[in-house]
Design a binder for this molecule. Structure first.
Ligand code: NAI
Length: 349
């Protein structure tokens, strides 16, 4: 049997905690990558994994990603991630959530959870009954916190505009063509913001009716989900799945800018270099999509309201500029530069 520190994705994680509660059926992993900047924050994923090793790998990768994302967002928080191993029916019970809440609490605040894939704010309310180390709870409209989608979308919108400013040398986006993959919580709001400033939009979603409805509302056009990355646009904005930029899709890309919300857009590390070699201006995903964690981070820290969240999200374009400047100066891909800056911030070189 392989121990967590023998996994290829183990990166001197401070802790990898395995939890099992027989009474509720909970099997969970909490990985703490770094607490150098503060409590390790990152959502909990509820997912059916084919085996336990895959769940550990996911927790190791995602927690490192959260260290990078939180550091780049300027939050006094480290990186961690929870993973609950669901059964094939994805049965989630209050007892299981309570057991997970006790697991989080046992770490004494070194790990702070929130929602991720498969978890809702209602689940956070259940977990809150067992521990105070949880964010993403329902809040009032002027407060920090709650649904991270709108905050993520604001950061991506500002990031897309920063990329257009840099690559196309223009401040206004009227007539600039943006192709959006996935018009859910983040992509849908992004489309509305871009349309309000006159951008030309092409939308795609595996839920074709959803894309059609939004296109009709915004005067946009749609294409089949499989064709969106090839659309001849100024910006390709991935707002659906991860790992969509790989050795097959990158050569087919038409847009000179890639800037979107999806987590883990690059299938492998080499794909950052592939984008760079093609001259694509890439906005590293964990930098441009940091708005949501800023929102729940400030909620947990009790440091401000919605106006403060928006003020901090306003720094995302500056961070992207820093990355693009360093990339231009060194000739290194933006993805690599971002990792380097993030590791510097958390004291890992
Ligand atoms: P969502 O579930 O609300 O929307 C995703 C949309 O993508 C859905 O409409 C879905 O039908 C569509 N979709 C799925 N596969 C597709 C495909 N192959 N082609 C085209 N469309 C496809 O999710 P949400 O919250 O909008 O998140 C979007 C992405 O942004 C995800 O990768 C997520 O991890 C990432 N993200 C979201 C944050 C948030 O605050 N919601 C924060 C940071 C990252």
């Amino acid at each position: 049997m392989t121990a967590p520190w023998d996994f290829p994705d183990y990166d001197d994680h401070e802790g990898v905690h395995l939890f099992r509660d027989q009474a509720s059926g909970l099997t969970a992993v909490i990985a703490i990558h770094s607490t150098a900047l503060g409590p390790a924050a990152g959502g909990t994923r509820f997912w059916h994994y084919p085996n336990r090793a895959d769940a550990i790998t996911d927790a190791l990768r995602l927690s490192r990603g959260m260290s990078y994302k939180n550091a780049m967002a300027g939050l006094p928080m480290g990186g961690g991630k929870g993973v609950i191993l669901a059964d094939p029916q994805r049965t989630k019970t209050p007892e299981m959530l309570a057991a997970f809440g006790r697991a989080v609490d046992s770490l004494g605040g070194r790990y702070v959870t929130a929602e991720d894939v498969g978890m809702s704010d209602a689940d956070m309310v259940e977990i809150r009954k067992q521990t105070m180390h949880v964010a993403g709870l329902p809040v009032g409209s002027d407060a920090a916190g709650g649904d991270p989608g709108p905050s993520t979308s604001l950061g991506v919108f500002l990031g897309v505009k920063a990329a257009i400013r840099r690559a196309m040398k223009r401040d206004d986006i009227a007539g600039v063509h943006v192709a959006i993959q996935g018009v859910g919580s983040v992509g849908g709001t992004l489309a509305r913001r871009l349309a309000a400033e006159g951008a030309k939009l092409t939308l795609a979603d595996v839920d074709a009716a959803r894309a059609e409805r939004l296109a009709a509302e915004l005067g946009a056009v749609t294409v089949a989900a499989g064709d969106i990355a090839r659309v001849e646009a100024d910006v390709f904005s991935p707002c659906a799945l991860g790992a969509i930029l790989d050795e097959t899709s990158i050569p087919l890309l038409s847009a000179p800018i890639v800037a979107g919300a999806a987590n883990n857009q690059l299938a492998t590390k080499e794909d950052g270099a592939r984008l760079h070699a093609r001259g694509v201006l890439y906005a590293p995903d964990y930098v441009i999509n940091g708005g949501g964690i800023i929102n729940v981070g400030l909620e947990y820290l009790g440091q401000g309201d919605r106006a403060d969240v928006e003020e901090r999200i306003g720094h995302i374009p500056g961070r992207l500029e820093q990355i693009w400047d360093e990339s231009a100066a060194t000739g290194d891909p933006a993805a690599e530069v971002a990792d380097r800056i993030a590791r510097r911030l958390i004291g890992r070189v």
